[in-house]
Design a protein around this ligand. Structure first.
Ligand code: SF4
Length: 326
């Protein structure tokens, strides 16, 4: 009973307060499914506000699953440039190809088939089923997880584990408006139950919120520590130009243009020049200039003063910036 009341209150709040995001526009059923697929991939590692212009440009250039399946690698990467985590773009294209080949060009409407698509895991499948197909799923993203933890005051180690949270989300109840409801819960987390300073006075579920009662909004995170990794990055420089290669070796930035690099395992006295956070890595990078005549497959020279005219991942651009300054 309590769940039903919560559901109603949250939906009512959403109807009055939702943001007019481009993937929420009223469009045909087919387009809605396509928009959900694209936006969910983009939102996997990126905030809403950043995604909006990329989403608009992407669907303008690639308005359907068909066009996405046939897009050239070059155009795809160009459209994704700036969003990072390029494997998402490649998986999107592969998914579109599988959808054309195995599913008659239609995004699958069930969990078992969705999960077979490249880049679609448990969470994204839940989000697509709820948002695009109005099925009674609640995807547990960071926003919904925060609302859940605060609403139920979940703090203990066992209470903040994923499996436990997945069981507890039942507290949000069910509705026939599953699509709106999944988005409403995400929106509630994004706009009201914010990580810092939640705006409880405007929250539709304040009455039964345990954190509000205790006036304790702190959150315990299940911290995943980034792995320390060590790389020696080789700089070959002639006049203003740097030698870059197509990355066939490392799983990160696969097939994109990087400097030649070697990974070292647990080196002693490693004097890093640079540090990057990428995926689940803490990358420690030592730069070495070299002028040996080593030949690299898939290599080419780029002008360090004209970086913006090349299609490069921001990782490589940042290294060039560093080299130009030092
Ligand atoms: S009352 Fe405050 S803490 Fe509780 S769910 Fe709402 S915004 Fe979050």
């Amino acid at each position: 009973m309590k769940e039903k009341i919560i559901t109603k209150k949250i939906l009512k709040w959403y109807d009055l307060n939702k943001r007019p995001l481009p993937w929420r526009k009223k469009v045909s059923v087919e387009k809605k499914q396509y928009y959900t697929l694209i936006s969910e991939f983009m939102l996997q590692q990126t905030q809403v506000i950043t995604v909006i212009p990329f989403f608009n440009r992407f669907i303008k250039n690639l308005p359907s699953i068909n066009s996405l399946a046939k897009v050239s690698e070059k155009k795809l990467i160009k459209l994704w440039e700036g969003l990072g985590y390029y494997s998402r773009a490649r998986n999107l294209k592969k998914s579109a190809q599988v959808i054309l080949k195995n599913f008659d060009g239609k995004l699958p409407d069930n969990f078992e088939d969705l999960i077979t698509l490249p880049g679609i895991g448990n969470y994204t499948a839940n989000a697509i089923l709820a948002i695009a197909f109005n099925k009674p799923y609640i995807p547990l993203d960071g926003n919904i997880e925060r609302v859940l933890k605060r609403y139920l005051y979940l703090k203990k180690d066992k209470e903040i584990q994923k499996d436990y949270l997945l069981q507890k989300k039942i507290v949000f109840g069910k509705t026939l408006r599953s699509s709106d409801y999944a988005q409403a819960l995400m929106e509630l987390g994004a706009l009201i139950c914010k990580p810092n300073n939640p705006i409880c006075a405007q929250c539709p579920i304040i009455k039964n919120c345990k954190s509000y009662k205790k006036k304790d909004f702190s959150l315990i995170k299940n911290i995943k520590k980034n792995k320390d990794k060590y790389f020696v990055l080789k700089v070959y420089k002639k006049n203003q130009r740097y030698l870059l290669i197509k990355n066939k070796k490392f799983n990160f930035l696969k097939n994109l243009t990087i400097f030649p690099m070697e990974e070292l395992s647990n080196p002693k006295n490693f004097n890093k020049n640079l540090n990057f956070k990428m995926s689940n890595m803490n990358m420690n990078i030592k730069i070495e200039y070299s002028n040996d005549n080593k030949k690299f497959p898939y290599s080419y020279w780029v002008d360090g003063t004209k970086m913006n005219s090349y299609m490069l991942p921001s990782f490589t651009k940042k290294i060039v910036q560093y080299l130009e300054k030092n």
